[in-house]
Write a protein that binds this ligand. Sequence first.
Ligand code: ATP
Ligand code: MG
Length: 557
Amino acid sequence: MSEENTRSSNFITQIIDEDLQSGKYKEIVTRFPPEPNGYLHIGHAKSICLNFGIARDYKGLCNLRFDDTNPSKEDTEYVESIKNDVRWLGFEWNGEPRYSSNYFDKLYGYAIELIQKGLAYVDELTPEEMREYRGTLTEPGKNSKYRDRSIEENLQLFEKMKNGEIEEGKACLRAKIDMASPFMCMRDPVIYRIKFATHHQTGDKWCIYPMYDFTHCISDAIEGITHSICTLEFQDNRRLYDWVLDHISIENHPHQYEFSRLNLEYAITSKRKLNLLVSEHYVDGWDDPRMPTISGMRRKGYTPAAIREFCRRIGVTKQDNTIEMSALETCVREDLNENAPRRMVVLDPLKVVIDNYPEDKVEMCEAQNHPQKPEMGTRLVPFTRELYIEREDFREEGNKKYKRLVIGKEVRLRYGYIIKAESCEKDEAGNITCVHCSYVPGSIGCDVPEHKPKGVIHWVSAKEGCSANAEVRLFSCLFNVPNPGAAEDFLSTINKESLKVVENAVIELELQKSDKQETYQFERTGYFCVDSKLSTKDKKIFNLTVALKEDNSKSAS
Ligand code: ATP
Ligand code: MG
């Protein structure tokens, strides 16, 4: 994948090109501004690739700024996970991470400035009254009876708010704009509220906290951001963004641009809802491999390059859209097909006994780690009299289409001998328990005259010390419907069978040794990655990253 050399082009980069050409800016500065109230998800990856990608392509800067104005929902656990995820995706921010809370003193000063200019007032309507006075989309709002307080009184009351002398919910600071504006966000928006909460960065220094719309534009201006990029739901709020910056004494005035959010089929991209899945234990944490979070995708074996490529392919527009999960999976598959080492693993073992092969003999077969990439080297896999193959790779009677092991027919064991099935054993219920075979001497890894098996199957030695057992976790979509976010109760659309545990898969010893969180191709099955959280020294646990081929059934089974 050559994405690092491919500059993305979209309506935002066109604007940037014009701004550079006209001399409006010499250097481009963007920012990624997450609120640390949850883990990042695939939607954030789009915004990260856009903002950091622009900085990379234009040799500019991208700040990481935690938008931390709501202490009751935020936590340093989220701050750390966000830093970790941005770096894992392959990006580095300019300087130290920043926090909106770094600017609380300045923001307070700008609030005072607005009061002094007669452009902000302390309101004491109850929250219910405020809602009632706000009006609707078709009806204008009403002015609060506190709207025309004197500047002096406003300053005194705001001071009291700051000093903790007014109860939570009893007063707030509002910008004095226009209660009849067709844009609801311009109807005297609240810019400061009282909250007696300990903040993860500022502790108990403040009991009033600035609102997002007031904070965001000023933080952008303080940091010298040139292009402030956000999602479309903030389109109306751009008016407020500009109003605030137009009415305070600050030099910079960044421009806000909006693009459409990423929605992914069969997934949720709302932190609030993802939080619910975690807190109600529908999943095993934010990094559950079924979660569309960056940490979940990492644990599932997705690679940063695949996610970046996905973000590049979906592009940046203003059109609302929902992307099929297969678009993301295709990127993962393409990357892993190129780069994942191959291994043999039997998920549903059926024993094979090669009756004409010596009991104690162990022959090492040379297996390629990547058939198209000799530079990835080879490994040795032991061939023994008893082996395991996939149950579905044997039939007593075959047909033309079935090119695997059938009684009386030959098949090639990948990197090993050609074998022929002679007979099979069954238990009382009629289940096949063992297949007896014979092997063709001299056929190890090479063709022999008069033996032309049609199929090749994978296998693992069944001899003690020549293989190991492992658990393999197969995942399907977490939801039964393509758009769970639109369901009245999204929890009712959860797919109860999204996790299937295969307890006794048989793996090559080579895999038992691996403790890196690497993703492998299990030949003929799919891509799998060691679960770094659940694996132990004695038992490895693998997560299905993505199947070899797209599942066209579209269902969540
Ligand atoms: P959520 O709805 O999941 O809580 P949010 O927008 O509140 O998301 P923030 O932490 O504020 O989450 O997001 C940080 C940045 O990521 C913002 O600029 C936001 O616009 C962007 N972002 C969030 N979700 C998506 C998405 N689905 N697609 C693209 N960008 C997104
Ligand atoms: Mg937000």
